[in-house]
Design a protein around this ligand. Structure first.
Ligand code: UDX
Length: 443
């Protein structure tokens, strides 16, 4: 089957490479010439485990091509995906900015030939697919097409696996013909018995927002419980385990930490609130989830301040991890940005390390000093903060860390280390929702 994908960002690129791996002929189109020329040279502009190998392999097999041209990719495609960005609107009102989606629709419309299914892959407010359909018909009244919604559920860092072995595939369609085409495209997943949710377009669009808002709710919920744990002397990891073993609750997404970040949860929760507001529906739970998440980041600043003796001014803080989660170089809405900006504003110096995100972090936090390894970051610092749980921070040489720090103060915002081992190593150890080690206090 011939597929065209507009937008070679994170979602478009993973989707394109994976469909090519299924054996389809995929054309990835982007207006960014420099990105396309990099990809043509088999260089992947983002860090996602396994993606470069998949791109190279499918380019070599000629099942994947990258171009800035809509022709011949669009006219020959049976399915055209719109996978461009839907960032939060620059108006700062929480709405998603749909200009890239509508622009893509306007540009692709004149090139539609034969029957085509135009699929929204980008996360878009309910009703967007219908708007896309309207634009396509307006620009090209002759076009023979149906629109559909096929939201992505790809986690950064695990995107290839999430695409190849998804928990489910959601298809929002309003015509049997489009449904047949999309089912044929996903045939390899049918073979491994992936559940398919085939529904109308509005439902598919809402599933994406509801799923992300629910996951964000789990995180904010456990973060509030963690804060309570700190006051009553409980251990949030025990609480999460005890709760999570109840099959109705589930163990995933109950890790307390500095708050959720990334390209999806912050923007999608805000967008869902706007959509609900527009329709006159209260969404109080999601409203609280967003507030709790902001408060959690602020609480982390206070935690670090307290560990530094009440004032960060003039202190040096080593920071391990900057990306919003491990296995990505993405720092969009990462808790690290809010937390470190506040510490810097209040006169702290930052020595940071991250295995992948330094280049991105430099653009937003130019005042920090960036170090090439975690131990270098710790040298001479008053405390170390473990911000993102990269694997390489899970087995640090604790004696070495201690000997490099001015004070043996370890603030673990991801609860990576066990309390007894930090006690034995001689740290004053602060984590999230667990008793503090070394200063007789909690939290
Ligand atoms: C998310 C969704 O999981 C994916 O289905 C969707 O379509 C895109 O958004 P992603 O943003 O890549 O994926 O990251 P995810 O792994 O979901 O983590 C999001 C944030 O929540 C991270 O900052 C992470 O550290 C945080 N998190 C996650 C927690 O704080 N606790 C948890 O238990 C889980």
């Amino acid at each position: 089957m011939k597929i065209a994908i507009i937008g070679t960002g994170y979602v478009g690129l993973v989707t394109g490479a994976c469909f090519a791996e299924f054996g389809h002929e995929v054309t990835c189109i982007d207006i960014d010439e420099s990105k396309i020329s990099l990809l043509q040279q088999k260089q992947v502009p983002i860090y996602e485990p396994g993606l470069d190998m998949l791109v190279r392999k499918n380019l070599d097999a000629r099942r994947l091509r990258f171009t800035t041209d809509f022709v011949p990719g669009i006219p020959e495609a049976q399915v055209v995906f719109i996978a461009v960005g839907t960032p939060a609107s620059r108006r700062g009102d929480g709405y998603a900015d749909l200009s890239y989606v509508y622009d893509a629709a306007r540009r692709l419309a004149p090139h539609l030939e034969g029957y085509t299914v135009v699929v929204n892959k980008s996360t878009v407010p309910i009703g967007t697919a219908r708007q896309v359909a309207r634009i396509l018909s307006e620009v090209n009244p002759e076009a023979d097409f149906h629109v559909a919604s096929n939201p992505e559920f790809l986690r950064e860092g695990a995107a290839i696996n999430d695409f190849m072995r998804p928990d489910r595939v959601v298809l929002g369609v309003d015509s049997p013909r489009a449904e047949e085409v999309l089912k044929a495209m996903y045939r390899p997943l049918y073979l491994i018995e992936t559940p398919f949710v085939i529904t109308n377009i509005e439902t598919a669009e809402l599933i994406k927002y509801a799923a992300n808002a629910f996951l964000a709710t789990k995180i904010s919920f456990i973060n509030e419980i963690a804060n309570l744990c700190e006051e009553v002397g409980a251990d949030v990891q025990g609480v999460a385990k005890g709760m999570g073993l109840d099959g109705r609750i589930g163990r995933k997404f109950l890790h307390a930490g500095p708050g959720y970040g990334g390209s999806c949860f912050p923007k999608d929760t805000q967008a869902l609130l706007r959509i609900a507001q527009e329709h006159g529906v209260a969404c109080r739970i999601v409203e609280s989830v967003v507030e709790v998440n902001a408060a959690q980041k602020a609480r982390m600043v206070r935690k670090i301040r307290k560990a530094l003796g009440g004032d960060e001014a003039g202190k040096t803080v080593a920071v391990l991890g900057l990306s919003f989660k491990p296995e990505t170089d993405d720092i969009r809405d990462a808790p690290s940005i809010t937390i470190l900006s506040t510490l810097l504003e209040h006169g702290a110096a930052i020595r940071a390390h991250d295995p992948q995100a330094v280049e991105e972090a430099r653009k937003v936090l130019p005042q920090a000093t960036y170090c090439s390894d975690p131990y270098e970051a710790c040298r001479g610092a008053d405390a170390v903060v473990l911000m993102t749980e990269w694997n390489e921070y899970r087995a640090l040489d604790l004696d070495r860390v201690k000997s490099l720090l001015k004070e043996p103060v370890f603030i673990d915002l991801r609860n990576v280390y066990k309390l007894p081992s930090m006690k034995e190593a001689g740290f004053r150890y602060y984590s999230v929702g667990r008793p503090c080690v070394g200063d007789g206090l909690v939290g």
